[in-house]
Design a protein around this ligand. Structure first.
Ligand code: DOR
Ligand code: ZN
Length: 368
């Protein structure tokens, strides 16, 4: 059984000293898309270089719906990492299953018994990239599965947006809280839930003020940019992800949450690589690639808020504490140094990958 760490206890946070360098416990990425095949080989080292562990999203095609598939995918990730020069044993992928209307309780038992398979991800059908196989009505089709997850301590990771086309894209998270999250948590109060990549004040306040085992991840793009970034000087597809960037008031609420002392908010980059041609298209894919420089972006956001000394808690301690995993023992040093984000990176054959904020100068770098 996986341990449940109730969120009523505020764990003591170590405050690192901040000058021109900042040394923190090595971080983990609690939400990343690594893809498969050539794309996986191209991106895996960017994540493995900085993070000791990463929660790997299961939205491949076909999606990772079984433990057997998750184990296979895990091996492919480790193999790709080794091929990309990552030292053996230095990076641990934590796998997730893609919840469907048909995920069985037996599959959940297998998750709970399989080391390295950590959680189950809810994609409401049609909410985002490769979510077609997702759940159409969680409270109708998944009750037995959720019951077993609650019993076995298997966390539910939630893409929290309704898919009702009548709901404005900027309101989908807030409506999800009312229509799905509140009833779901009322029926399964001990279910461990991570509200992934929250983007609104509604999401931040809901998680902050909830009772029971709930936490949220926050991406660097939602901490640094509001929705104006998508339209600055023209339409900028590399700032388009789902949930979409929101108004400034929401960005500010996310910064407040991330830099607060609440143990409920932690790092999840949602780094989601798509080839340049797939982004710069008539109907471009959602996703920002930030695995390369997310730590620099987070450091900027925390520094702008005057809270750089809270970065360690956000990046390195609250995540493992929530998941009931040990904190990392290695450290990471960030240094104050200008770093120009590359215009593009090598990716799959015939196309490149444009990182978030390409060409911009960041002021913090990971000391390699
Ligand atoms: O922007 C996004 N990209 N949001 C998601 O939820 C999925 C992701 C992807 O897989 O590309
Ligand atoms: Zn994601």
């Amino acid at each position: 059984m996986k341990t449940i760490n109730t969120m009523s206890i505020e764990l003591k946070e170590h405050v690192p000293t901040v000058g021109d360098t900042l040394t923190i416990i090595q971080p983990d990425d609690w939400h990343v898309h690594l893809r498969d095949g050539a794309a996986l080989e191209a991106v895996v080292a960017d994540t493995a270089r900085h993070y000791a562990r990463a929660i790997v999203m299961p939205n491949l095609q076909p999606p990772v719906t079984t433990v057997a598939h998750a184990i296979q995918y895990r091996e492919a990730i480790l193999k790709a990492a080794e091929k990309a020069g990552v030292a053996k044993g230095s990076f641990e992928p934590l796998m997730t299953l893609y919840l469907t209307n048909n995920t069985s309780a037996d599959e959940i038992v297998r998750v709970s018994e399989t080391p390295g398979v950590q959680a189950v991800k809810l994609y409401p059908a049609g909410a985002t990239t490769h979510s077609e196989a997702g759940v159409t009505d969680i409270l109708k089709y998944c009750r037995v599965t959720l019951d077993m997850m609650q019993k076995k301590g298997v966390p539910l990771l939630v893409h929290g947006e309704v898919t009702d086309p009548e709901i404005d894209i900027f309101d989908r998270e807030a409506v999800f809280i009312d229509r799905v999250m509140i009833p779901l948590r009322a029926d399964f109060p001990e279910l461990k839930v991570v509200f992934e990549h929250i983007t609104t004040r509604d999401g931040a306040h809901y998680v902050r003020d909830s009772q029971g085992p709930i936490a949220a991840t926050i991406t660097p793009q939602h901490l640094l940019y509001n929705r104006n970034a998508i339209f600055k000087g023209g339409i900028r597809p590399h700032w388009y992800c789902l949930p979409i960037l929101k108004r400034e008031l929401h960005r500010q609420a996310l910064v407040e949450a991330a830099t607060s002392t609440s143990p409920r908010f932690f790092l999840g980059t949602d780094s989601a690589p798509h080839a340049k041609g797939q982004k710069e298209a008539a109907c471009g894919c959602a996703g920002c690639y930030n695995a390369l420089h997310a730590m620099s972006l987070y450091a900027s956001a925390f520094e702008q808020a005057g809270q750089l000394n809270r970065l360690e808690a956000f990046a390195s301690t609250r995540g493992p504490d929530f998941y009931g995993l040990p904190r990392n023992t290695k450290q990471m040093t960030l240094k104050r140094q200008n770093y120009v984000v590359p215009q593009y990176l090598p990716f799959i054959e015939g196309d490149t990958l444009v990182p978030l904020a390409a060409g911009e100068t960041l002021t913090w770098m990971v000391a390699e």
